[in-house]
Design a protein around this ligand. Structure first.
Ligand SMILES: Cc1ncc(COP(=O)(O)O)c(C=O)c1O
Length: 460
């Protein structure tokens, strides 16, 4: 079946596959139209009613397809403003994209997910590697345990129990190549044991939606408000798992409130469901008491994921899972097939960094540094652009700036910023930008924040 419709935006020829469900066919037709650029960022989609009538399908089919694509980051929507194609190219950096062209001419890249790469503790890492390798047995350089090096799992379990309040047994720690890899392993294991529907926060980090969807589960959007994800709705959504960022939701920056934490745990216990906890930047907190890991409330129902991508650097591709016993074997079975691991030498170095206390010293130093930048940015905004509202600034490396209705829209602001060599990141479905103040190198941070505030003060 093939169908053409005319929208207020571009005319689009949609080819819907005849095999499979209507909804799958519509989703994949829209996905490919967005990916190959036929539907450009910002293009408006027809209303669900109009498209359903045009294609001759039930309106619910279109509603569900739009919801799924919103969860994956392809579409944005706002009540009263309709549905549009999200700025996918900015929000979902493609793995194959060479870094150079994207950053050419950019002086201040406020990447919301990147720490200050210039702060990587090179000397401490090298010293930890040297010390670790001196004492590591030859056997540590063999194929080894698919969960990762025992000395690293041991150190991670101690660290997670002490710093994050997790219930951490080294036997249940699996070292993986960053959180996204861990999420993919967990979702594949869940799918293999029969999970069909997985709730994911809406909005979420688009690569995470993509990683979960690639595991073959259906993503079900879970709304987020100022009190965190609507875990009170999980029961109704008929999902088998939910991906949550309880300590610092991405991108909104909210903290999951105690009743919502309790609701997530109650749902998991009552339904046998699994919460995948994304604990990516919990150590970088500034104004509030640390929020302990949700995993501690239900270790048999929470697959906890952590990463060194924020506290150290993402280039290490180093993360960890702390798993319910039921998921351990299925995940190890996947690992045996894909055979993707963190190199033993990096695991040995990281274990020694943790053991020696150098890791925590580094985290403390970075927390103070990022906090100073955050304070500076929030202070300058208050003074120079008070109509711009910062959200989620209590922790992490970024802040979400809600932009006032007067003045340029988020995408216009990003364009103006680019002419001044500033790279800002629009948020799909909201008139807001993400500002990763953590990503600037220390020597350029003050200048970058000034340049940003100059732009905001002139714009609003
Ligand atoms: C919400 C969120 N979780 C986790 C991560 C870390 O991912 P990874 O460990 O795969 O680098 C990021 C990185 O940007 C993130 O934004």
């Amino acid at each position: 079946m093939s169908k053409t419709w005319t929208t207020s935006g571009p005319e689009l020829h949609l080819v819907l596959a005849t095999s499979g469900s209507r909804r799958d066919a519509l989703e994949s037709a829209l996905r490919s139209a967005i990916r190959d650029g036929r539907l450009a960022a910002g293009s408006r989609l027809p209303s669900t009613r109009a498209l359903a009538a045009d294609l001759g399908v039930a309106r619910g089919t279109v509603v569900e397809a739009y919801g799924q694509l919103r969860a994956e980051g392809y579409l944005g929507a706002r009540r009263g403003a309709g549905t549009w194609v999200a700025a996918l190219r900015v929000d979902v950096p493609r793995p194959s994209r060479p870094a150079a062209p994207a950053t050419r001419g950019v002086r201040f890249d406020f990447h919301p997910g990147q720490p200050d790469l210039s702060a990587f503790p090179r000397a401490a890492w090298t010293a930890a590697l040297r010390r670790g390798l001196r004492t590591a047995p030859d056997a540590s350089l063999g194929y080894g345990d698919p969960r990762g090096r025992p000395e690293l799992r041991e150190q991670l379990a101690l660290y997670l129990a002490r710093v994050r309040g997790a219930v951490a047994d080294p036997e249940r720690v699996v070292v993986c190549c960053g959180f996204r890899h861990g999420l993919s392993l967990v979702c594949r294991a869940l799918q293999a044991r029969g999970a069909k529907r997985v709730a994911i926060e809406q909005p979420c980090a688009p690569p995470h939606g993509a990683a979960a969807a690639a595991a073959g589960v259906r993503l079900v959007p879970l709304a987020v408000d100022e009190r965190g994800a609507r875990t009170d709705l999980l029961r109704r959504l008929r999902v088998q798992a939910a991906v949550l960022g309880p300590a610092h939701q991405y991108p909104l920056g909210v903290v999951l409130q105690p009743d919502r934490r309790a609701a997530a745990v109650e749902w998991a216990r009552a339904s046998g469901g699994v919460v995948v906890e994304d604990d990516y930047d919990a150590e970088l907190r500034y104004d509030r008491q640390p929020v302990g890991a949700l995993q501690a409330l239900a270790p048999e129902h929470v697959a906890y994921g952590g990463t060194a991508s924020k506290t150290l650097v993402p280039g290490l591709r180093l993360g960890w899972l702390l798993l319910p016993s039921e998921l351990l074997d299925p995940i190890l079975a996947f690992r045996a097939v894909e055979d993707v691991h963190v190199p033993a030498t990096d695991q040995i170095a990281f274990a020694e960094l943790l053991r020696s206390g150098a890791y925590e010293r580094h985290v403390r130093r970075m927390r103070a540094r990022y906090r100073a930048r955050r304070d500076r940015l929030v202070g300058m905004l208050r003074e120079r652009a008070p109509a711009v509202r910062p959200l989620g600034a209590a922790a992490g490396l970024r802040v979400l700036l809600d932009l006032p209705a007067h003045g340029p829209s988020a995408s216009e602001l990003c364009e103006h910023a680019a002419t001044r060599s500033l790279l800002l990141y629009p948020v799909a479905g909201r008139n807001a930008v993400l500002v990763g103040y953590g990503a600037l190198p220390e020597h350029d941070a003050a200048a970058g924040l000034h340049a940003l505030c100059d732009l905001l003060a002139e714009s609003y």
